[in-house]
Design a protein around this ligand. Structure first.
Ligand code: NAP
Length: 487
């Protein structure tokens, strides 16, 4: 394993891990380079798993499965609780790791660690409350007894934009349910996942219950694992495009799938909104992680009477943000994850400008070594521009003017996605009525942030299948078993 010298100055060496974690053993290796997105320089190199390594991980998860399933819920709960405590104790090192490999501002990275750890605490609690059911049939013929059993070995695939939270949001409920798992983190941000695995070991997670592998061949190793009849669950968070490919692959062995996919969140501001509150919410919904969030506001629909004041206020706030490397404590807007991400944002913005939009701030990539794009506000954007259809995944706020509630609803629903939406209005009755007609899995009313480990997170339409977090999250890793009982 290799770590760039700069890296050791920032993070606790005890958390440096770069080898595959299979069956409780660390296997060193190399082949996947991790870059600092604020400079493009090499940060570290981690192991590159082969198909054989993936098969060994399934073997290890299988060997641990019976023991973990039989472990009393209280004991599983206490291990998760210890893992939560260790993440909290190591919060600053983990946040630094995230800021280094992902590029997000430290303030966002600290928020992510707290959010991520909370999934372990929440599922430590849920582990001891797995629901069951007992009823008599309506005809009176017999009794219905429903138990929930762990679904079996779960493959967990996570993206780079929340390297800690997307992993704990899956590992927490899976372990609470009694499943063993194989986690494949994104290649851009593997260090956080390995660091968390070290803490899991310290928390007492038995060998084989959690396995972690990084690979340059995600399709090959995932397909091999899905073809193994011992694997019964795929929980994926990432783009809708890759989600579709994985659903087709999982269909071959009828593996149960939970899919947390892309978003295209509308942010609707009505004339009667509290302008300052709407601007505060807009900054959170747009600029958390510099716009690299699936729930990020992607389209701002602002009613005609408040439109100009909203654009002026948003422009002033976006212009005031300090851009820099995530690990610089002053930074408010870090770099994008890759050069390709900057190219995609540039394409969407250039096309919108060519179609008649106007940038009130930003609008061009920054000519730096790292992958920086400045906070940007666009007004007068045509409603059919590609920036209204595709995920921007960057610090760009396109604003569209609307007149009536019906028009706002029609525009908001004009997308294949349905993950998150936001409404700002002082009239809660109006907000709820409009909210009912928005096709979305999650809705923030007078709030720019909705994520909470105790709430069901997920989307409708092509934003996904199933829910993570909350009471629903644990059931994604369980199968109901019905006993027809007569006595
Ligand atoms: P991505 O390209 O779909 O990658 C996600 C994960 O899938 C990575 O670990 C990637 O591995 C892996 N992968 C890629 N191709 C694969 C294949 N053929 N088989 C198996 N695994 C494969 O997404 P991303 O760019 O990392 O993340 C951004 C996307 O995630 C956005 O669309 C965002 O909206 C979505 N997201 C959704 C949620 C949600 O909860 N709904 C949360 C966060 C992000 P490599 O890194 O090795 O390519």
């Amino acid at each position: 394993m290799t770590f760039h010298a700069k890296f050791s100055g920032y993070a606790d060496p005890a958390l440096h891990a770069a080898g595959l974690y299979i069956g409780g053993k660390w296997q060193s290796g190399s082949g996947i380079t991790v870059l600092d997105p604020s400079t493009g320089n090499l940060l570290a190199e981690v192991a590159d798993a082969s198909i054989e390594d993936a098969q060994r991980a399934v073997d290890a998860a299988h060997a641990a499965a019976a023991g973990w399933r039989a472990t009393p819920a209280r004991q599983r709960s206490e291990i998760l609780r210890r893992w939560y405590q260790l993440m909290t104790q190591h919060a600053e090192e983990l946040a630094t790791l995230i800021a280094l490999e992902n590029g997000k501002a430290l303030v966002d990275a600290r928020g992510e660690v707290a959010y991520a750890a909370e999934f372990f605490r929440w599922y430590a609690e849920e582990a001891t409350r797995i629901p069951g059911e007992f009823r008599r049939t309506p005809s009176g013929s017999h009794n219905i007894l429903v138990d929930h059993e762990p679904i079996g070995i779960a493959v967990l695939i996570t993206p780079w934009n929340f390297p800690a939270a997307m992993a704990t949001r899956k590992i927490g409920p899976a372990l609470a349910a009694g499943c063993t798992v194989i986690l494949k983190p994104a290649s851009e941000t593997p260090l956080t996942a390995y660091a968390m695995a070290r803490l899991g070991e310290e928390a007492g997670v038995p060998p084989g219950v959690v396995n972690v592998l990084t690979t340059s061949n995600p399709g090959g190793i995932t397909n091999a694992m899905l073809a193994d009849s011992r694997v019964r669950k795929l929980s994926f968070t990432g783009s809708t495009g890759v989600g579709r490919v994985l659903l087709a692959e999982a269909a071959k062995s009828v593996v149960s799938c939970s899919m947390e996919l892309g978003g295209n969140a509308p942010f609707i501001v009505f004339d009667d909104a509290d302008l300052e509150a709407a601007l505060d919410g807009a900054m959170i919904a747009k600029m958390r992680n510099a716009g690299e969030a699936c729930t990020a506001a992607n389209r701002f629909y602002v009613q005609a009477g408040i439109h100009d004041a909203f654009v002026a206020g948003l422009t002033a706030r976006m212009m005031s943000l300090k851009i820099g490397p995530g690990y610089d404590p002053e930074t408010q807007c870090g770099p994008m994850i890759t050069q390709n991400a900057v190219r995609k944002i540039d394409r969407l913005v250039s096309e919108a400008l060519a179609a008649g939009a106007r940038a009130t701030t930003g609008g061009k990539p920054l000519m730096e070594n790292g992958y920086f794009y400045p906070p940007t506000v666009l007004e007068n954007v045509p409603v059919n521009a590609s920036i209204a259809r595709e995920e921007i995944f960057g610090p760009v706020a396109p604003v569209y003017k609307f007149e009536s509630d019906d028009e706002a609803i029609r525009l908001a629903n004009n997308t294949e996605y349905g993950l998150a939406a936001y409404i700002y209005s002082r009239d809660l009755n109006r907000a709820m009525k409009v909210g009912k007609r928005i096709e979305t899995g999650m809705l923030g009313i007078n709030r720019g942030l909705m994520s909470d480990p105790a709430a069901p997170f997920g989307g409708v339409k092509q934003s996904g299948l199933g829910r993570e977090g909350g009471v629903a999250g644990i059931l994604e890793f369980m199968e109901p078993k019905y006993y027809a009982v007569d006595y």
